[in-house]
Design a protein around this ligand. Structure first.
Ligand code: HEM
Ligand SMILES: *[C@@H]1O[C@H](CO)[C@@H](O)[C@H](O)[C@H]1NC(C)=O
Ligand SMILES: *[C@@H]1O[C@H](CO)[C@@H](O)[C@H](O)[C@H]1NC(C)=O
Length: 514
């Protein structure tokens, strides 16, 4: 971190100089050539080459056209980045130049035109927002102090699953896991715990409505619409109307939530401790309501789907690889025993489970391609190639994770690789072979929370239960691994499994009546 800070001014200076000189030249004539591209069609450019799963299409194309590939998607200039070296240039060497986020329709509606952080343009507002959420919400201290709440939520989930097991009921794990991640963040942001018995019907209804709205944004919002590629066609894009109506619904609930906090704050002593993020934001005189709503949406949206999708993929892979599953459960029994459920303090001893999560993030990064944009100036990306101003950059973390030249048997799920030939490689943004959280100044600030959340969910569920794939005797006995593309890439079909207890009832410390 220190060395990075020292380098920054120098890098920024070189980059500006580079771009300044370049701009001088380009006024007369474009002096650089574009990176390789496939043959294009008139008007649509390369859109016809991008299928339902764009991260796959881009991976296949990059095998032929290389680590830097230039695509014309309708009228949109895009640069696809598909190797660790190329990602390092964009996310590290030229980080300040590529720290912008493209203008998304999702940003316009979900995130109040980029007034939060995820879609915020690189600049003073983003800097403040980033500081606020890293210090007040996602710092190690804040994440650790929210541990009792995660414990409570996980306890409720395990009790619920126990009841399902008792009834012999198939569980929609997709739903349970996203509820868990959502409830954890909802409590941190609003102070409300909506799954506890203390919450009213009304509050529960509101929380559900927010969650459904957000899921619609992240799952159905692809960042790739007719309106994105052909701005002059915005009026025919049905998705635009849908996003707008979801936005209206969520906005109303958030407005009343903020009013509730404001009223409460007005009554309380100034010295009182404020434990939730909305209160902290209200006390920050620079933040107006739109900012607070945008930040609230961003935090809930960024944390709910990513973490739960990762947990789902991990459990799915393990069910399809019984030997790895047996190893995970043996490790859980060895570290925790059979007399209690998993605690967060167990995480550091669960080495094999950590390797499983790293392997899952390699094969199934929940955000497989994340967008950046360069600023208003053209920029060189290598000695011979450059890109025009406002080029949308897609970092294909999925392609890097599946590169055969980096990973032996790249398509195989093999957690052992992180304990054998890839020891010490991790996802913290230093090793560009594994960048599911991004890297550089816009790297995910929620990595620690996300990682804790995933470890706790996968570990607890596999320690307390065995999971049966319904209909396995007449089917293939495998979990279907099809993907659905959106802002996040989730399983196409919900993960539906039958739980069978593997711990004695007293280990779950079930309360009577549950
Ligand atoms: C497994 C879990 C997660 C994964 C894989 C993940 C992945 C990512 C990725 C790829 C980015 C874009 C990075 C870039 O452009 O370089 C990002 C940004 C972000 N993530 Fe996460 N994330 C996860 C969990 C979380 C959680 C729990 C939070 C908590 C609120 C969070 C908050 C954010 C925010 C606020 C940004 C935008 C940062 C900025 O633009 O400055 N993420 N995440
Ligand atoms: C399972 O849960 C997901 C997420 O909440 C939902 O979209 C899906 O419709 C549910 N599927 C079934 C079969 O209940
Ligand atoms: C997996 O990744 C985490 C965080 O990125 C890291 O702390 C850990 O050392 C890695 N574990 C293994 C076994 O590779």
């Amino acid at each position: 971190m220190d060395s990075l800070l020292l380098e920054l001014p120098l890098v920024a200076f070189i980059v500006s100089l580079f771009c300044f000189i370049l701009n001088r030249f380009s006024r007369s004539k474009q002096q650089f050539s574009l990176p390789p591209s496939p043959p294009a069609l008139p008007v649509i450019g390369h859109l016809h080459l991008i299928g339902d799963l764009p991260h796959h299409s881009m991976l296949e194309l990059s095998k032929k056209y290389g680590e830097f590939m230039f695509l014309k998607l309708g009228s949109l200039n895009t640069l696809v980045v598909s190797s660790p070296d190329a990602a390092k240039i964009v996310l590290k060497t030229l980080d300040p130049e590529f720290a912008m986020k493209p203008e998304h329709l999702e940003a316009k509606y979900a995130s109040y035109g980029g007034r939060g952080i995820i879609f915020a343009q690189y600049g003073e507002h983003w800097r403040q927002a980033r500081k606020l959420c890293t210090v007040q919400l996602l710092s190690t201290k804040r994440v650790e102090s929210a541990e009792p709440n995660r414990k409570l939520e996980m306890g409720l989930l395990l009790a619920d699953l126990w009841k399902c097991a008792d009834d012999g009921a198939v569980v929609n794990l997709t739903n349970k896991l996203s509820d868990f991640a959502f409830n954890v963040m909802l409590k941190m942001v609003t102070g409300k715990s909506h799954s506890s018995s203390a919450s009213s019907r009304d509050e529960e209804e509101q929380a559900r409505s927010i969650k459904e709205g957000l899921m619609e944004f992240v799952r159905e919002g692809t960042g790739m619409h007719i309106a994105t590629f052909f701005p002059w066609l915005t009026w025919v894009d049905k998705q635009v109307y849908k996003l707008a109506s979801v936005h209206k619904r969520v906005d109303k609930i958030l407005e009343s939530e903020i009013d509730r906090h404001r009223e409460k704050l007005g009554k309380s002593q100034p010295s009182m401790q404020h434990e939730n993020f909305i209160d902290v934001m209200l006390m920050d005189s620079d933040a107006n309501d739109a900012h607070i709503k945008a930040m609230t949406v961003d935090m809930l949206a960024a944390s709910t789907d990513t973490a739960s999708i990762t947990s789902e993929w991990a459990i799915s892979e393990l069910l399809n690889h019984p030997a790895a599953l047996a190893k995970v459960q043996a490790e859980l029994d060895e570290v925790i025993g059979q007399e209690r459920t998993m605690q967060e303090s167990d995480i550091r001893s669960l080495t094999y489970l950590q390797a499983v999560i790293n392997e899952t993030l390699r094969l199934h990064p929940p955000v497989p391609i994340y967008p950046r944009e360069n600023s208003a100036q053209a920029c060189m990306i290598s000695a011979k190639w450059g890109v025009p101003a406002r080029t949308r950059v897609f970092i294909n973390a999925y392609a890097i994770g599946r590169d055969e030249t980096l990973w032996k048997e790249a398509h195989r799920f093999k957690p052992e690789r992180f304990l054998e030939e890839k020891v010490g490689i991790d996802a913290r943004g230093q090793d560009f072979e594994l960048i599911p959280f991004g890297a550089g100044r816009r790297m995910c600030p929620g990595m620690q929370l996300g990682h804790t959340n995933v470890m706790l969910a996968v570990g607890s569920l596999l320690h307390a239960f065995n999971w049966i794939i319904p209909g396995a005797d007449n089917g293939t006995g495998k979990v279907d691994m099809q993907e659905h593309f959106g802002m996040t890439v989730a399983r196409a079909a919900p993960l539906q499994l039958l739980p069978v207890p593997r711990l004695p009832a007293h280990a779950l410390a079930l309360k009577p009546g549950i």
